[in-house]
Design a protein around this ligand. Structure first.
Ligand SMILES: Nc1ncnc2c1ncn2[C@@H]1O[C@H](COP(=O)(O)OP(=O)(O)OP(=O)(O)O)[C@@H](O)[C@H]1O
Ligand SMILES: [Mg+2]
Length: 868
C-alpha cells in the first residue's frame, strides 16, 4: 500500500532517500574550507573535541557533518583521496544502520572510514566512570586517554571476508584514523596468531619484508579489541565470542561488547557464509577404525551397487549394493525378517556407510577440499579459500580423511556453536555494504531487519546533478556490441572520458573441451595485444588445468587445429556456419590426445606447413586471432614460450598481494579461483603505492594547485609535466615513478583495460557479478565475458538437457558456440532456482538455531552473573 502511494506521488523511495542524504552532504561540503584551514595537530584535536561534546550530551547524529568533514580532510592529507559526494551518502546510510549497495570498485573501503570514525567516538561507559572518579563530573577537566588500560571509546568493528582484505583495509585506512588520533586492531586467523591468542595493531613504524606482517605489531588479542576500531573476518569475531564464553574468568575475555559493526561484502557474510554455523568442538567417540574400513568397502563397490544424485547431493545403496556390503563386512545391515527394526549398532554402521559413500562420490579433491600435509582442508565454495580448522560434521570429515588415506581424527562433540546470523544480531547497530545486495533485500529485511539502499555510482550521481559537466553517451564497438561512456559536455568530439563496463553476452559450447579451447584462444588474442586478463575459475582443479593449457605445447596444438580448420574450409569453399563437418571432427578430441601424425598428414594434403611460427602461418594466425600485423613478434614469442601467467588459488596464496598488485599490468594474465572474486582491487598498469599519490599531491600543492585531490590522475600528470622538474625536490623519485606508471596505465587503458573471463557460472548470480566487478572500476575501461559448456555442473544438474538435445538435433559442431539466446534463459532460471533453494536451507538453519539461541543467551547470561 505504502509503495503504491509513493508510486502515485511519483517518487522512487530509494531515490528520494539518496536526495535527502545529499542535503547533509551539502552541509559537509560547506565545512570543507574550514577544515582545510586546520593544521595537522588541530585536525587531530577534533577527535577529543567531539568526545568532549558527546560527554556534554551532544547527540552523535549532530556531530555527523563535522566528523565526516574531519575524515575527508584526513584522507586528503594522507591518502590523497577526497571522499566523493556519493561516498558521503554511503557513509550516512551506514551510520544509520542500513545496507549500502555501492557497485564494485566504487570505493567502499574509503566510505567505511566515515561512519566507523563517527561511531568510534562515543565514550566507553566504564571509561567515563573512571574519568568521573578521577577528574570529577565536569568533562572539560577530562583528558581523553585510556585509564587503567580501559579504552576511551566503545570499539567498533569492520567485518570482512578474508584475512587478506582485513589487513589490507586496516593498513590502507589506518593512516586516516591515525591522523585523527585513533588506533586500529587487526584479527587474523588462528594459524597466524598463536591459536587466536594474539592479533595485531596497525603500526606504521614497524617494517617487515613479509606483506602479512608489514606495518603490523603483534599484541594480545584483547589489545586488538581495545583499539578504537577492529578489522577482521566474521569467523574470527564469531569464534572469539564463543571462546570468550568458554573461559573460566572474565579477565580472559577478549571482546568488550558489540556496539557497532559494518559488514563489508555483507551478502557473502550474512547470506552465503551463514549456511555453516561456527562450531567449537572437542574429541568424543573413537570410531576412526570404522571409517577406514568403510572407505575400503565403498571403494570396492561397483556402479550397480549405488545410485548417485548430484542434484540432491545424495548417494543411496541399491538392493544389490546392500547385499554386496553385507558380504564385504561379513555382517547383516538389518534383520531380513524385520527390515524396519534396525539396532543402534546397525544404525551407526549405516551412518558410516552413508558418509563414506558421499565422501567417495560427491566430494572431490581439489574442488571441495585439498589434502595438505596429511590433512583434509575444506575449500570454501564461495570464496575459493581454505578453511583450516573447520570440519564437516556428522562424520563426513572423517569419511573424507579415510578416503584420502589421511589420519582420521576422532569424531567431535560440540562445545559451543552459533550461527553467523545470531552473532550479528547482537550488535546494537549493524550496517553492511556490498556491490550486490538488492536481489537479496527480502532476506536482509526478514532476518536482520536491515534496509538496502542502492546508491548510484559516482559518475551516475555526478551526471545527474544540475551543474554537471558530464554527458552519458552510447555507441557500438567494431563488433556491433553496444557500450556506454561519459564524455565532457565541453568536448565537441565527445571522446570518452569514463566508461561503463562492457559485459559481452555469454558464449556456450557443447563440450568442456571446446569451451577451454575458446577460453585459451581469447587469452591468446588479448594477451598478445597486451591487455591484462583475469580468468576466474570455480575450482583449484580447473585453475590448474587451464594453467597447464597456457604452456607452449598445448598453445601450439591449439593454433595448429585452427590453421587446419581454416585451410580445410578454404579449400572446400566453405564458411563456418555452425554445422558439423565430419572430416574435421577428429580435431575435437581433447588437446593432449590429438593424433599428431594424422594432423601432419592433413596439413600436407592442404599444403600448409605444420609449424605455426612459419611466416605464412604466423600471418594467417594474426588474421584468425584478429590481431594487427604489428603484433607478429609478440605472437611468435607466445607460440615459442607459452603464455606467461600467475595462478591464485587456495593451494597457492602466499604471494596473493603481489599477484594482485601486478594483475593489471601490461600483458598480465592471472588465473584465480573465487579468491580474487571479491574486494580485490586491481589497478590498471599495476599498483600505485599510496606514498606515491601522496607525494604527488604534495608537489602539486606546493606549486600552486590548491586542490590536487579534486584532479584526476591524468590531470595530475598533465600538471606535473608543466612544472619544472627541479621543483619536484625530495619527491623526484616518486614523481618519476608516477609518470612512468601513468604511461603504462595509458597503454592498458587504450587497449580497453582489464578483461575478465568467467569459465563457469556460479550457483548465485551475485558471485558472477562480483567477478565481473574486478574490471571497469572507478570509470575505467574494462570488459567481461563468460564461457560456458553444457557439461558444466550448473547446466548438467539444472536443466541443461533441454539445450543439449537441441544442440544434438541441430547437429551443431562441437567446436562452434551456441547462440546465447537459446540457453541464456535456462542459465538464469537454474540460478534463480538454486538461489531460492538455498534461501530455504538458511531459513531452516535459523529456525533451528533460534531455539538454541534462547538457551545460549540464558546460559551465557548466568555465567556472566556468576563471574561478576
Ligand atoms: N574518493 C576517491 N578518490 C580516488 N580514488 C578512490 C576514491 N575512493 C576509492 N578510490 C579508489 O577506487 C578503487 C576501488 O576502491 P575499493 O576497493 O574500496 O572499492 P569497493 O567498492 O570496495 O569494491 P569491491 O566491491 O570490489 O570491494 C581503489 O583503488 C581506491 O583507491
Ligand atoms: Mg571492497
Amino acid at each position: 500500500m505504502l509503495n503504491r502511494i509513493v508510486r502515485i506521488m511519483g517518487g522512487d523511495p530509494n531515490k528520494r532517500q539518496v536526495e535527502k542524504f545529499s542535503e547533509t552532504v551539502e552541509i559537509v561540503n560547506g565545512l570543507e574550507e574550514q577544515f582545510e584551514g586546520f593544521n595537522d595537530e588541530a585536525l587531530r584535536a577534533k577527535t577529543n573535541e567531539f568526545r568532549l561534546r558527546l560527554a556534554q550530551s551532544e547527540m552523535l547524529d549532530d556531530l555527523l557533518p563535522e566528523a565526516f568533514a574531519a575524515v575527508r580532510e584526513a584522507s586528503k592529507r594522507t591518502l590523497g583521496q577526497r571522499h566523493y559526494d556519493v561516498q558521503l551518502i554511503g557513509g550516512i546510510a551506514l551510520h544509520q544502520g542500513k545496507i549500502a549497495e555501492m557497485r564494485t570498485g566504487e570505493g567502499k573501503t574509503l566510505v567505511a572510514t566515515l561512519p566507523l570514525y563517527l561511531n568510534a567516538l562515543p565514550l566507553n561507559p566504564q571509561w567515563s566512570e573512571l574519568a568521573r572518579r578521577k577528574w570529577g563530573e565536569d568533562p572539560t577537566r577530562w583528558t581523553f586517554e585510556p585509564l587503567e588500560e580501559t579504552p576511551v571509546g566503545q570499539g567498533v568493528h569492520l567485518i570482512t571476508v578474508n584475512d587478506y582484505l582485513a589487513r589490507r583495509d586496516a593498513r590502507w585506512m589506518g593512516v586516516i584514523y591515525n591522523a585523527l588520533g585513533l588506533n586500529v586492531g587487526v584479527l587474523q586467523m588462528a594459524a597466524r596468531t598463536e591459536n587466536g591468542k594474539k592479533a595485531f595493531l596497525v603500526d606504521f613504524e614497524r617494517e617487515s619484508p613479509h606483506e602479512d606482517q608489514h606495518h603490523l605489531r603483534m599484541v594480545d588479542r584483547r589489545e586488538a579489541y581495545a583499539a578504537d576500531l577492529t578489522y577482521g573476518t566474521n569467523s574470527e569475531f564469531g569464534f572469539d565470542y564463543l571462546r570468550d564464553n568458554m573461559t573460566m574468568s572474565l579477565d580472559d575475555r577478549v571482546q568488550r561488547g558489540h556496539t557497532y559493526a559494518i559488514v563489508d561484502e555483507v551478502d557473502n557474510v550474512l547470506i552465503d557464509e551463514a549456511r555453516t554455523p561456527l562450531i567449537i568442538s572437542g574429541p568424543a567417540h573413537d570410531d576412526t577404525a570404522w571409517y577406514v574400513r568403510m572407505a575400503q568397502v565403498v571403494k570396492s563397490l561397483s556402479p550397480e551397487d549405488y545410485e548417485i544424485s548430484e542434484r540432491d547431493r545424495t548417494v543411496t545403496l541399491t538392493e544389490i549394493g546392500e547385499t554386496h556390503v553385507e558380504s564385504l563386512l561379513d555382517m547383516p545391515l538389518r534383520d531380513p525378517d524385520r527390515p524396519e527394526d534396525v539396532t543402534p549398532e546397525q544404525a551407526r554402521l549405516m551412518g558410516f556407510l552413508e558418509q563414506s559413500l558421499r565422501a567417495q562420490h560427491l566430494f572431490k579433491r581439489n574442488k571441495d577440499y585439498l589434502v595438505q600435509a596429511g590433512k583434509v582442508i575444506i575449500i570454501d565454495e564461495f570464496t575459493g579459500r581454505l578453511m583450516p580448522g573447520r570440519r564437516w560434521s556428522d562424520g563426513l570429515h572423517q569419511a573424507v580423511e579415510a578416503k584420502e588415506g589421511a589420519r582420521v581424527q576422532s569424531e567431535n562433540v560440540t562445545y559451543a556453536t552459533i550461527t553467523i546470523q545470531n552473532y550479528f544480531r547482537m550488535y546494537q547497530k549493524l550496517a553492511g555494504m556490498t556491490g550486490t545486495a538488492v536481489t537479496e533485500a527480502e532476506e536482509f529485511d526478514k532476518i536482520y531487519k536491515l534496509d538496502v539502499l542502492a546508491i548510484p555510482t559516482n559518475l551516475e550521481y555526478l551526471a545527474s546533478r544540475a551543474d554537471t559537466t558530464l554527458i552519458e553517451l552510447e555507441d557500438r564497438d567494431e563488433k556491433g556490441y553496444k557500450y556506454q561512456y561519459y564524455a565532457d559536455q565541453a568536448d565537441s568530439g565527445r571522446s570518452p572520458r569514463f566508461w561503463k563496463r562492457k559485459d559481452y553476452p555469454d558464449v556456450v559450447y557443447r563440450s568442456e573441451e571446446a569451451k577451454l579451447r575458446a577460453i585459451v584462444t581469447e587469452i591468446l588474442h588479448y594477451h598478445t595485444s597486451g591487455r591484462p586478463i583475469l580468468l576466474g575459475t570455480t575450482s583449484v582443479e580447473l585453475s590448474e588445468r587451464i594453467s597447464g593449457r597456457l604452456r607452449a605445447e598445448p598453445v601450439r596444438r591449439l593454433v595448429q587445429v585452427a590453421l587446419l580448420r581454416q585451410a580445410w574450409m578454404e579449400q572446400h569453399n566453405r564458411v563456418e556456419d555452425g554445422r558439423v563437418v565430419p572430416e574435421l571432427e577428429f580435431l575435437n578430441q581433447p588437446l593432449d590426445q590429438l593424433p599428431i601424425a594424422e594432423m601432419r598428414k592433413m596439413a600436407h594434403e592442404l599444403e600448409i606447413g605444420f609449424n605455426p611460427e612459419a611466416p605464412d602461418n604466423l600471418e594467417k594466425l594474426l588474421t584468425i586471432l584478429e590481431l594487427s600485423p604489428a603484433e607478429a613478434t609478440r605472437l611468435e614469442g607466445v607460440l615459442k614460450a607459452g603464455i606467461p601467467h600467475q595462478v591464485l588459488n587456495a593451494r597457492k596464496h602466499t604471494e596473493e598481494s603481489q599477484i594482485i598488485a601486478g594483475a593489471g599490468a601490461f600483458g598480465a594474465v592471472t588465473i584465480a579461483t573465487n579468491m580474487a572474486g571479491r574486494g580485490v582491487d586491481i589497478k590498471l598498469g599495476g599498483d600505485l603505492a599510496d606514498q606515491i599519490t601522496a607525494a604527488v599531491s604534495r608537489v602539486l600543492r606546493r606549486t600552486g594547485y590548491a586542490d590536487p585531490y579534486d584532479m584526476t590522475l591524468e590531470e595530475q600528470r598533465q600538471a606535473l609535466l608543466t612544472i619544472d622538474p627541479a621543483e619536484y625536490g625530495i619527491y623526484e623519485a616518486e614523481v618519476n615513478y608516477f609518470l612512468k606508471h601513468m604511461e603504462d596505465m595509458q597503454r592498458v587503458r587504450d587497449l580497453g583495460g582489464l578483461h575478465v573471463i568467467g569459465s563457469e557460472r556460479h550457483e548465485a548470480r551475485r558471485i558472477d557479478n562480483q567477478l565481473r566487478g574486478r574490471s571497469a572500476r572507478q570509470g575505467d575501461p574494462g570488459s567481461s565475458r563468460f564461457y560456458l559448456s553444457m557439461e558444466d555442473e550448473l547446466m548438467r544438474l539444472f536443466g541443461g538437457q533441454q539445450a543439449e538435445s537441441l544442440m544434438q538435433r541441430m547437429r551443431i559442431d562441437e567446436a562452434m558456440p551456441l547462440e546465447v539466446g537459446l540457453v541464456g534463459r535456462i542459465v538464469e532460471q537454474s540460478q534463480t532456482r538454486v538461489e531460492g533453494a538455498n534461501f530455504d536451507i538458511r531459513k531452516h538453519l535459523l529456525e533451528y538455531d533460534d531455539v538454541l539461541n534462547m538457551q545460549r543467551a540464558k546460559v551465557y547470561e548466568q555465567r556472566n552473573r556468576i563471574f561478576t
